[in-house]
Design a protein around this ligand. Sequence first.
Ligand SMILES: *[C@@H]1O[C@H](CO)[C@@H](O)[C@H](O)[C@H]1NC(C)=O
Ligand SMILES: *[C@@H]1O[C@H](CO)[C@@H](O)[C@H](O)[C@H]1NC(C)=O
Ligand SMILES: *[C@@H]1O[C@H](CO)[C@@H](O)[C@H](O)[C@H]1NC(C)=O
Ligand SMILES: *[C@@H]1O[C@H](CO)[C@@H](O)[C@H](O)[C@H]1NC(C)=O
Length: 470
Amino acid sequence: MLFAHYWFLTAIVLLFKSVVSEEFVPPNSWENKEFKKTIEISNSFTAENLELTIVNIDSEPVTQYFVPIPSDIVPMISMFTAAYMSEEAFIQCMIVPGVHQLDDGTEISYGVIQFESPVAPGEEIALLAKIHYALNGNPSPEEIGMDDTQSLALTVNRYPISPYVSKTSSVDISGAEDFMELTPADNDNEVGILLTNQFKYGPFHEVPAFKSSWANVSYPVDYPLITVTDLKRDIWVSHWAHTAEFQEYYEIVNEGARLKNGFNRVEFMKRVQRTEGKGGNFIGVLGLSLTENSTDAYVTDKVGKVSSVMREEDKLLVKPRFPVFGGWAYNFTVGWTNTLDDFLHISGTEQDSFIISLPVLNGPPDTIYRNAEVSVILPEGAEVLDVGSPLPFSNATVTREYSYFDLADGHAKLTFYYSNLISELGTGELVVKYRFNTSSLYQKALYISYYVFGGLMTFFVLVNLNLNIK
Ligand SMILES: *[C@@H]1O[C@H](CO)[C@@H](O)[C@H](O)[C@H]1NC(C)=O
Ligand SMILES: *[C@@H]1O[C@H](CO)[C@@H](O)[C@H](O)[C@H]1NC(C)=O
Ligand SMILES: *[C@@H]1O[C@H](CO)[C@@H](O)[C@H](O)[C@H]1NC(C)=O
Ligand SMILES: *[C@@H]1O[C@H](CO)[C@@H](O)[C@H](O)[C@H]1NC(C)=O
């Protein structure tokens, strides 16, 4: 089994990322014996962990459990996975098209967890579900001074807003040093509780289905919010040079709070000295993680070669030409080379077929990717047999790419388009299986020598002509 150990592939089914406005309300088949949601905000993206103990209260066996997700953030989902708590087995899940309007006007969509075998009436199951969003809080306030600490605000619900009754429920926000509730609670019972690095709603008991109470919560975040609005990543595979060459073009934006009074270099230097360069909502240095054992790394931008680059093992520390404050952008290109052996496997069963597995992303940690276009360019004459992506993609194409010295039909170029990815999932590997006759390896060499030879012949003929003229 080619993909046996790529668990992502079986764990997630393609997400429906567009919300259809058709009405959908799940059947009332379950009771949440315990509903525990933890929202992790220690990264510049958000992850929701659900720990659920559920009981089938229907009179019939049931195969589906529905998880509510506000419709406006459905397109921001990077990944949705679920697993049984007792065993390390993933359960299929996906987003249901259709929305449900709650009494307070909020539009809710549903993620469905699809059990392999029906759950009998009265049966209890313990589940874990995790949803990663390419989403962070909004700067609150939107503008700050150069020496201020940035705060972000997140909109959360104090209740599960589950389609099922919850015997016990709690919602925790975890991962910041402090929290402040911006929306007053209706009653004392609903006020959030500040714990160490955590803010907690509940536990609540006997919570009715669809009960909702929205709150905005703010917390300090003293680092930039790196968003790659566009990434174009090309990986050139060459059997002839025995290399995989990476070239990436990044358009980065810091989505943090903007500067209230503009940039002042003197004030900036003072701040850097005082804080020893630590903290701040600006990008001073980008730590790009390269592939292991890579060589020949370079960085260029609009102005030219970027010289403020330092290699630290498999990291490339790049200092942009200016500190990238909230709302500012920086575009650059980075490239490096690996030997092919780092990624290539020869298929044991079929002659002339190869399997190459390449990370979906490299680049900076703790980053959101709005659009990423990842291409694998195979050697000339290679034929694609099979591909696998660990992450749901919006579409994939096979085109031809021509480079210098190419024969007529060029290189097969596979391109995967992703939207709303997060760096944490980027280590997943794209797998491409292709057939490549090793005799085509010499084709290029022959072509080059033919070309050179042809050039020489022409020169010869010219010389002879000249001689003849003399
Ligand atoms: C939370 O903040 C958003 C954006 O600032 C605002 O539109 C919304 O009304 C706030 N919600 C509540 C419940 O205060
Ligand atoms: C990188 O190089 C080191 C030392 O040569 C080697 O031990 C390691 O296996 C290499 N890693 C990869 C992924 O090839
Ligand atoms: C980066 O590229 C985008 C798209 O071409 C452009 O709109 C933006 O101005 C560029 N930013 C910088 C700082 O060069
Ligand atoms: C694939 O998706 C990208 C981004 O969503 C889009 O720019 C591109 O045109 C699409 N290509 C095809 C063939 O649909």
